[in-house]
Design a protein around this ligand. Structure first.
Ligand code: ZN
Length: 301
């Protein structure tokens, strides 16, 4: 209201005959902060997570279009684009700008794959889906969380109570199911633990005759709200999920690992050293063992 009044005053004082008033009176006041889909969240953490980086080719026609502290991947399949993860709500415009900087039209994004229903990876999905027309793809439990825009009761982070813009257009994929688009086949791999619906995504990227198996891994770290107990009886599915995810990560073809939070995969934006998915699982295995020991020893928060 104040902004509109200010504009009216400016128009009144700028010239005797004010220019024609736009038929959209809110046009000058809508934008970033007033868009409920991109309203900023977690301002302090966002400074670190959303530190900007230029878009970068990973291998073949696979790219990174995200940030220093949050990964967002882009795959050019030859018949449309696939994006993986959406970072925070306020990150959506910068992600689309990075897509454009690579020479692609964001409207060519057909699918946006989701790793987990947490605001730092799923907060931007609603805006990205709206602005591109893409369908969001997730596991069944992931899709439940994205539709709700809130944490599930069995989520170790439930106590944080975080909420983010809801996603309406969703496609559910099962463990082992393959999404085919153009020349690319992307396999969904359930990697539960961090959330029960966590999904990792694997595909092959080629340059000439050289191909690399790329894995975009969901977070696999045992992070919880205060008071949650991984040793509690209701956490059996979560702890069992971690064990299954470690076996999965150990067995996956994985030349190049992109982790939802890059710092969980080592240095830099991705890890293409020897067996990166195995070391990713090993890191989580150690963290979970430490956490379980601290709960049993009575020192956990
Ligand atoms: Zn998370």
């Amino acid at each position: 209201m104040i902004a509109r009044m200010t504009i009216a005053v400016l128009l009144a004082t700028a010239s005797i005959t004010p220019p024609a008033i736009s038929k959209e009176p809110h046009a000058q006041t809508t934008g970033f902060a007033n868009d409920p889909f991109t309203r900023p969240m977690a301002l302090e953490k966002a400074k670190e997570w959303l530190a900007p980086l230029p878009p970068e080719k990973v291998f073949g026609r696979s790219y990174l279009v995200g940030f220093k502290g949050l990964s967002v991947a882009l795959i050019d399949t030859g018949s449309g684009l696939v994006l993986i993860d959406g970072a925070l709500p306020q990150a959506a415009p910068a992600i689309l700008e990075n897509v454009r900087r690579l020479g692609f039209d964001p409207k060519s994004i057909k699918f946006i794959l989701s790793t987990e229903p947490h605001f730092d990876h799923a907060g931007g999905l609603a805006a990205l889906a709206r602005d591109t027309g893409a369908t969001v793809v997730a596991s069944a439990r992931g899709a439940d969380g994205l539709r709700l825009g809130a944490l599930a009761r069995d989520d170790p982070q439930f106590g944080y109570g975080s909420r983010w813009p809801r996603v309406t257009r969703l496609r559910v994929m099962k463990d082992g199911e393959v999404l085919k688009l153009g020349r690319t086949a992307i396999t969904a791999y359930a990697t539960p633990g961090h959330t029960i619906g966590s999904m990792s995504w694997a595909w092959q990227a080629c340059e000439g005759k050289t191909c690399k198996a790329i894995v975009f891994a969901a977070s696999l770290n045992p992070v919880s709200a205060g008071g949650y107990r991984y040793t509690g009886p209701s956490s059996a599915a979560i702890v069992g999920g971690f064990a299954a995810s470690y076996r999965r990560m150990d067995s996956l073809a994985c030349d190049l690992l992109i982790s939802a939070h890059p710092d969980n995969a080592g240095e830099g934006r991705y890890n293409d050293k020897l067996r990166p998915c195995r070391s990713y699982a090993e890191r989580s295995r150690k963290l979970l063992a430490k956490r379980l020991a601290s709960e049993r020893g009575g020192t956990a928060e």
